[in-house]
Ligand binder design. Structure first.
Ligand SMILES: Cc1cc2nc3c(=O)[nH]c(=O)nc-3n(C[C@H](O)[C@H](O)[C@H](O)COP(=O)(O)OP(=O)(O)OC[C@H]3O[C@@H](n4cnc5c(N)ncnc54)[C@H](O)[C@@H]3O)c2cc1C
Length: 506
């Protein structure tokens, strides 16, 4: 049910005095946890206590955040017969997935690609009978060399990438023997978790000509390579079957009707009470009740709350009692790839299907046109050029393809969006062993969910769904990556996965 107004009988905002409403309204302006004053928390606490004493809660569970994690959790709880309220800050569902239009073309501004190696998202696609399409893939690949960019056929280019990346992940089968249970060999993980992607490159000491072919990948996720943790990428390698074809081929496929079709199907099955444009400002627990207050002052109570918002956003919400130390550290350090922007480019030239990878330090880490007559997609973590300016974007593209002509473009800046404050999850060194388990733990009656907290495909839609299932007490999946992927009866377009450089996790 889509319902932007307080539900009759919910008792929601009716619980608040005018004074509280005005005070809570101040939160909108402040927009940060710090902006939520002690007086407002005290009042919300009293109110939660009163609700508890009166034995009335508006809902059984309040889920905050209608991304794939929150939608999944809400559906699973509804299936158990619970009364569920889903509060979403934006005016749409889907969070870091967003099917939109650019010129006459359907684009994904966030998550796009799915794969049978990703069991949770794949099971959902099968459940809703959502058709899968394959990108056509590149006809040629531009790779950096010490003398400039050189052109290769895709099989040659990606066979070489496989030769370079396989040693990068040497030992991953030992330290991630069960990729969905990442702490199985914590003894081996702990010393490795201090390594950044840059550290691992330094250890391998590849000749410069080889290293430059790898830093397009490491800089994109690490943002820069020295920031991203080796073990995040290594876990994806393990989840994909400990080999390059799996790692690189993941995300060859898309949902024909867009990610919006998946998010909508989950919502329609669960039918929680959904309130859009309802950014949550505070979450206050007292005597067995949790009171959730939005920036506009609407308040709702339930014995249980699920926070399915990105870790990076936790710091903008006032929790009482306050977040434990690991949660505070994680939200201060950041869990989502910082600075990453996804651009769609209408290129007059070139007109063919290509992928170009650039070494660290270039404005674009990777770009390509994957389908005929489609716009090109490009990713940057460089904050020094103005991505809103067409001429600056064209100049950046021309650093790789000198003859390129950009007609128009559009940008998604997930870092700048206040309800994500970053891109997909990508852990930094030491976050896996020091923080990951701890931040998945509840704070009293408040539980946490999201792709950031997944045990498997963190940074992907699959991880968001996995986390949403787990927090709602529903079974998750952990297939052996050695087994052939379970396509769950879905028709799969036949493609040569070796020619893909998937835009893994992008
Ligand atoms: C550029 C980009 C490319 C990606 N590419 C892929 C890909 O190809 N394949 C893939 O599988 N994954 C990809 N991902 C990752 C994937 O999109 C995410 O893993 C997934 O969407 C996360 O879902 P989530 O529910 O955990 O979080 P989100 O989708 O971020 O959902 C959280 C929700 O909480 C809401 N919210 C935030 N703050 C508040 C508040 N205060 N009150 C109420 N609501 C709030 C947000 O508006 C949002 O709707 C990509 C992500 C990005 C950014």
């Amino acid at each position: 049910m889509t319902d932007n107004d307080a539900r009759p009988g919910s008792g929601g905002s009716g619980h608040l005095s005018r004074r509280t409403l005005l005070k809570a309204g101040g939160l909108v302006v402040a927009g940060t946890a710090a902006g939520f004053g002690a007086a407002a928390i005290a009042e919300a606490t009293e109110s939660a206590q009163a609700a508890e004493q009166a034995g009335r809660s508006d809902y059984d569970t309040i889920v905050v955040g209608a991304g794939l994690a929150g939608l999944t959790a809400a559906r699973e709880l509804r299936k158990k017969g619970r009364r569920v309220l889903l509060l979403e800050a934006r005016d749409r569902i889907g969070g870091r997935t967003w099917t939109d239009r650019f010129n006459d073309y359907e684009i994904e501004r966030g998550g796009a690609w799915v794969d049978p190696l990703q069991p949770h998202v794949w099971r959902e696609l099968s459940r809703y009978n959502l058709t899968i399409v394959a990108d056509q893939g590149p006809e040629r690949v531009l790779m950096p060399t010490p003398g400039g960019f050189a052109e290769f056929d895709p099989v040659t280019a990606y066979t070489r990438q496989g030769e370079l990346f396989t040693p990068f992940f040497a030992g991953a089968r030992d330290y991630f023997p069960k990729p969905y249970a990442p702490f199985t060999r914590e003894d081996l993980l702990t010393p490795l978790d201090g390594l950044s992607l840059r550290d691992r490159l330094n250890q391998l000491a590849y000749p410069p000509a080889d290293e430059m072919r790898m830093t397009g990948t490491t800089s994109l996720y690490g943002a820069p390579s020295s920031r991203g943790g080796l073990l995040q990428l290594a876990q994806w390698w393990a989840l994909a079957g400990w080999n390059y074809t799996g790692f690189s081929g993941v995300n060859t496929f898309r949902i024909e009707r867009g990610t919006v079709a998946l998010a909508t199907a989950i919502l329609n099955e669960g039918k929680p009470d959904l309130k859009l444009r309802a950014p949550v400002a505070s979450v206050v627990q007292a005597n067995g009740t949790v009171r959730v207050t939005t920036r506009s002052g609407a308040a709702f109570t339930a014995p249980e709350v699920i926070m399915a918002v990105p870790v990076n956003v936790w710091k903008t919400i006032a929790f009482s009692p306050g977040l434990p130390q690991p949660h505070l550290e994680a939200t201060a350090q950041g869990y989502g790839v910082p600075r990453q922007k996804k651009l769609w480019l209408d290129l007059a030239t070139p007109t063919d299907r290509f992928i170009a990878e650039a070494p660290e330090g270039f404005p674009f880490a990777i770009m390509g046109r994957l389908n005929d007559n489609a716009p090109a997609v490009a990713f940057t973590v460089d904050t020094s050029f103005d991505v809103t300016n067409r001429a600056a974007v064209e100049a950046a593209v021309r650093e790789i393809i000198p003859s390129a002509v950009v007609r128009s473009h559009t940008v998604s800046d997930w870092q700048a969006e206040e309800f994500s404050l970053g891109g997909p999850a990508f852990r930094q060194p030491r976050q896996l062993t020091r923080l990951h388990r701890a931040i998945g733990q509840p704070l009293g009656r408040v539980k946490f969910a999201g792709d950031d907290l997944a045990l498997g495909w963190s940074g992907y839609m699959d991880g968001a769904i996995e986390s949403g299932l787990r927090v709602a007490g529903a079974p998750t999946l952990a297939p052996s990556p050695n087994a052939s992927p379970d396509t769950q009866g879905m028709a799969l377009p036949k493609v040569n996965r070796r020619v893909y450089r998937s835009f893994v996790g992008l």
